[in-house]
Design a protein around this ligand. Structure first.
Ligand code: GLV
Ligand code: MN
Length: 404
């Protein structure tokens, strides 16, 4: 079997997909359920249909494009990723796994091979937490990890619910039909850029992921007392932003205090109300991300942050309310698929190294319902937003997706 990757076509499709953006190039902003997201999905669905794949969507907007195998009754082989992009993202996050997966399928088709198992490309809905504050919404529902009542209660910053959004985007079915039946996939492989520096630093073209670190997200509301910035004297103040600033520093020191390089803590959102230069902040919303490959250690950081919040609230006479958005366990990749990826790398004379994914991916949740593995390619720094792709690894994705 000879597999050839049409790199010119793949690059041009990646470029076209990047042009569906609400930010000026080279940045990409594509938030789920926006018009831009809708157009980008339509573009990818067209490409899939042109490749002869059977396309369907579920009630939350996960999109499945299937190349039907000679025995359609067998569990399929899945591959794919996401195309939603956080504000001002790079162009390769997620898209490489979607368009790369599609090109892998097309390469198999061109080779004349006909797989026994169906091979399915999956575009997950909302890998990014931008609209609803929770990442991997689509794969959480597919894997039955997120209770449907909780999903239905999700609202964006403007108070518009998931159900309202999906109705306006044309996704009407019941959310409880989203979870995949047992043994739907025999295996799932996600191709992704590393989003870290290691592969580039080591000059290694391929990373083979052995485990995905455990992410947690916290939302914290701080409520103090507002007032005129000139009229209220310092001893009287209960400034919500000053308390939030201390909480932010407490997140940093809690993550550093474990002494482990794998522990990370970030405060990425800080919304201040009323947000006027001459008004004392009365309310602040923080969103905090804590991760570690060691779940117990990650949980100890969360506990440490909670203790700091209590202490800061008392000392500054503000109220602090914390909401755990998610605290997920890590995932282990499947050893058989890892071995297959390594064999594929050797076959194509590509160096590879085993690594942990510190970013989360939909595979974190797919691992609960199927054997999974991930293939990383370097995120070349000098390219857009430190993200880049190599086209050659797609060859390996193609040959390992073929489980005949
Ligand atoms: C993925 O989007 C992540 O935040 O790791
Ligand atoms: Mn991604």
């Amino acid at each position: 079997m000879t597999l050839t990757i049409n790199t010119a076509q793949l690059s041009s499709e990646l470029e076209t997909l990047a042009s569906f953006s609400d930010a000026p190039a080279p940045a990409v902003t594509r938030v789920i359920f926006s018009e831009t997201d809708h157009l980008a999905r339509a573009y990818v669905k067209d490409l899939c249909a042109n490749a002869g794949l059977t396309v369907r969507e579920d009630a939350v907007g996960n999109t499945f494009a299937r190349w039907i195998g000679t025995d359609p009754t067998l569990p399929a082989i899945g591959t794919g990723s996401h195309i939603d992009a956080i504000p001002n993202a790079g162009r390769y996050d997620g898209t490489v796994g979607v368009l790369g997966g599609l090109e892998a399928i097309r390469a198999l088709q061109r080779s004349g091979v006909r797989a026994r198992r169906s091979i399915e490309l999956l575009l997950f809905m909302s890998e990014e937490p931008t609209r609803f504050g929770i990442g991997c919404l689509g794969s959480r529902l597919l894997s039955g990890t997120l209770a449907v009542v909780r999903a239905a209660a999700l609202k964006d910053k403007e108070g518009k619910s998931l159900n309202e959004w999906r109705a306006s985007a044309g996704f009407y079915g019941a959310l409880d039909g989203v979870a995949l039946p047992r043994e739907y996939y025999a295996g799932f492989v996600e191709l992704h850029i590393e989003q870290g520096p290691l592969l580039e630093q080591h000059g290694t073209p391929l990373g083979i992921v052995t485990a995905i670190a455990a992410p947690a997200s916290l939302r914290i509301w701080v409520e103090g007392e507002g007032g005129h910035a000139g009229a209220v004297l310092m001893p009287e103040r209960r400034d919500a932003l000053c308390a939030a600033a201390e909480i932010t520093l407490a997140v940093e020191s809690a993550a550093k205090a474990t002494g482990a390089a794998d522990t990370v803590g970030t405060t990425g959102v800080c919304d201040v109300f009323p947000g006027a230069i001459n008004s004392i902040p009365v309310r602040v919303r923080l969103e905090i991300d804590v991760r570690d490959i060691d779940e117990a250690r990650r949980n100890s950081v969360l506990a440490h942050i909670q203790t700091s919040c209590d202490e800061i609230a008392t000392r500054r006479r503000v109220t602090v309310r914390t909401e755990m958005i998610n605290a997920d366990p890590p995932a282990q990749c499947d050893s058989k698929i890892i071995d297959a990826l390594e064999r594929g790398a050797v076959k194509h004379s590509l160096a590879s190294e085993r690594m942990v994914s510190r970013a989360y991916h939909d595979s974190l949740f797919m691992a609960r319902v199927a054997p999974v593995a991930m293939l990383f390619i370097p995120a070349i720094k000098e390219k857009c937003s430190s993200l880049d792709h190599h086209a050659t690894p797609l060859l390996i994705a193609a040959s390992t997706a073929d489980d005949r």
